[in-house]
Design a binder for this molecule. Structure first.
Ligand code: ATP
Length: 503
């Protein structure tokens, strides 16, 4: 039976996500794709503020990888790859989710998600052992590919379709998540190619090209940001689960036997990165995988507490030499590295080997959603006699779409010209806007809603002494300062080195 207190908590969470979704649309962060045609399920477009925020997040990841580590270099591989790539990686045969349909509602579900939701119900009701036992049983059945057993588990647990409220289920079957298309003009099996379901394989097949051209020695990493495509069965929760999304992945190639320490290194480094970027420690947690892929030595998710619960934003996986060995077999091209460092045990070089890989993989869109959820604030403020709710985005200045907005107090007396003069002096350094329209209060509100950290008011005193008032988004406090100090002041707040020195 559902617990009323829990229901309220769930409703509040949904309301918060609904608020964020509508905020994202209204203020130009995220739009449903092809909205004039009623949208396309699980596909979204980023608007003018969204693209700035997303680019800033991607830049911070990219620089944290390739600028802070001499032994991490980037690539930008094509989305289309030779079809054998996906045979080698196991995606053709194994990249599928267990699917189940309800015959009454005609709705399709992921069988594992239905069971996970049941386990979450047990856990929320305080019965963690039962939740854990259920998840372990599901893991066992999926590993054994016992799909009939998975269906039986759904029936035994009396899991009902949320729409029809019946247990009239089809059998469970596997559904491959890769999108395929034809290359060239001639149709047929040989021309079938896939839209990549992960960016990692573009890195694996370029391992030797990069190692040689960038003169890297193991251990070293290759970073990439790019689109990936998955025909997700159930796409929900806004940009959390999309059919076209963006990944930021880094494959770190190590000497076999050292993968354990590198796994711990990247696990800690990546979690710290999220904290420094503004996701609070108490809203992040590690979640070890219950079920490991057959090639994996260890795998952990970094989860963030979204309004709909703790969910994965990044995966850190110790992948052994599986991918490179598979590519070596199918391509018949050696994927070996000659390590001339001396092994202290033998006194001889380590010699030839296929490196092991530790990967970090974060979704740019999930990171964007976590950032937006974290930044979204509603506070009650008192202005004179009036009490009102103020909404604002408490974004780190370094990722905010606009760094400062410049407001001439009135549209006359030369103030707009002065505002534009300041804009022209600073636009090479920062993304700024000049706004003349509406009352200053309305203009502050507009900038709060998109997370602009500073608003610069140009008034009559400015014409006399070249000073302006800088209003701070979070505290709403105002500071008077000379125009000549603005560059240093904003620069300090948006400085990447201030972020990176905390890593
Ligand atoms: P999930 O279990 O949520 O489906 P996953 O374990 O399949 O995710 P990975 O294959 O490890 O995900 O992909 C790495 C990262 O890519 C994830 O941590 C996530 O941030 C992102 N990602 C994966 N699938 C999607 C998707 N459909 N939409 C948006 N981001 C995604």
């Amino acid at each position: 039976m559902s617990n009323p207190a829990q229901k309220t908590a769930a409703n509040t969470a949904e309301n918060t996500l609904a608020d964020i979704v509508s905020h994202a649309k209204e203020y130009g962060f995220v739009f449903p794709s092809s909205e004039i045609y009623d949208g396309l399920a699980a596909v979204y477009d980023y608007g003018p503020n969204g693209v700035e925020l997303k680019n800033n997040l991607k830049q911070l990841w990219w620089k944290a990888m390739t600028q802070l580590n001499q032994n991490v270099v980037g690539i930008d591989a094509a989305i289309f790859m030779h079809p054998l790539t996906w045979k080698a990686s196991g995606h053709v045969d194994g990249f599928s989710d267990p699917l189940i349909d309800n015959l009454d509602s005609k709705k399709r579900y992921r069988a594992d998600v239905l069971i996970e939701e049941k386990a979450a119900e047990y856990e929320n009701a305080g019965d963690k052992p039962r939740a854990d036992a259920l998840l372990a049983e599901m893991g066992r059945l999926l590993t054994a590919e016992d799909l009939a057993g998975v269906k039986q588990l759904i029936l035994d647990e009396k899991i009902l379709c949320p729409i029809s409220k019946t247990a009239n289920w089809t059998d469970v079957r596997q559904f491959n998540l890769m999108f395929s298309t034809q290359v060239g003009a001639v149709a047929g099996d040989s021309s079938q190619i896939y839209l990549r379901p992960e960016t990692a394989q573009g890195i694996f097949v370029n391992f030797l090209n990069v190692q040689k051209s960038a003169r890297q020695k193991v251990p070293f990493g290759i970073a990439q940001i790019g689109k990936a495509f998955r025909n997700e069965i159930v796409a929900r929760q806004f940009i959390f689960r999309m059919r076209e999304f963006e990944q930021m992945e880094m494959q770190f190639f190590v000497r076999p036997g050292t993968e354990g320490e590198w796994y711990e290194h990247w696990k800690a480094t990546r979690r710290r990165w999220h904290e420094v970027m503004g996701l609070p420690a108490e809203k992040l947690r590690f979640h070890d995988h219950d079920k490991l892929a057959h090639y994996a030595k260890a795998a952990v998710d970094i989860e963030y507490e979204f309004p709909f619960g703790f969910k994965e934003i990044e995966g850190i996986h110790s992948r052994s030499d599986f991918d490179l060995t598979q590519h070596q077999t199918l391509s018949r091209k050696k994927q070996q590295y000659f390590d001339n460092d001396v092994n202290p045990e033998t006194g001889k070089p380590y010699g030839n080997y296929v490196p092991y890989v530790v990967e970090t993989s974060v979704g740019a869109d999930r990171l964007f959603l976590a950032t937006l959820c974290q930044a979204y604030q509603e506070e009650t403020i008192t202005e004179g006699e009036q009490t009102k709710t103020r909404k604002f985005l408490k974004l780190h200045p370094a990722v905010a779409p606009v760094k400062a907005a410049i407001f001439p107090l009135v549209k006359k007396d030369g103030l707009p010209d002065k505002a534009n003069e300041i804009y022209n002096a600073l636009r090479h350094d920062f993304r700024l806007v000049v706004e003349e329209k509406d009352s200053i209060g309305t203009r502050y509100t507009r900038q709060d809603l998109i997370g602009t950290p500073f608003c610069i008011a140009v008034d009559h005193q400015t014409l006399e002494d070249d000073t302006v008032t800088v209003r701070h988004r979070d505290s709403r406090e105002q500071t008077r300062m000379p125009i000549s100090e603005l560059r240093g002041y904003i620069g300090e707040a948006v400085s990447l080195s201030r972020i990176f020195e905390q890593l």
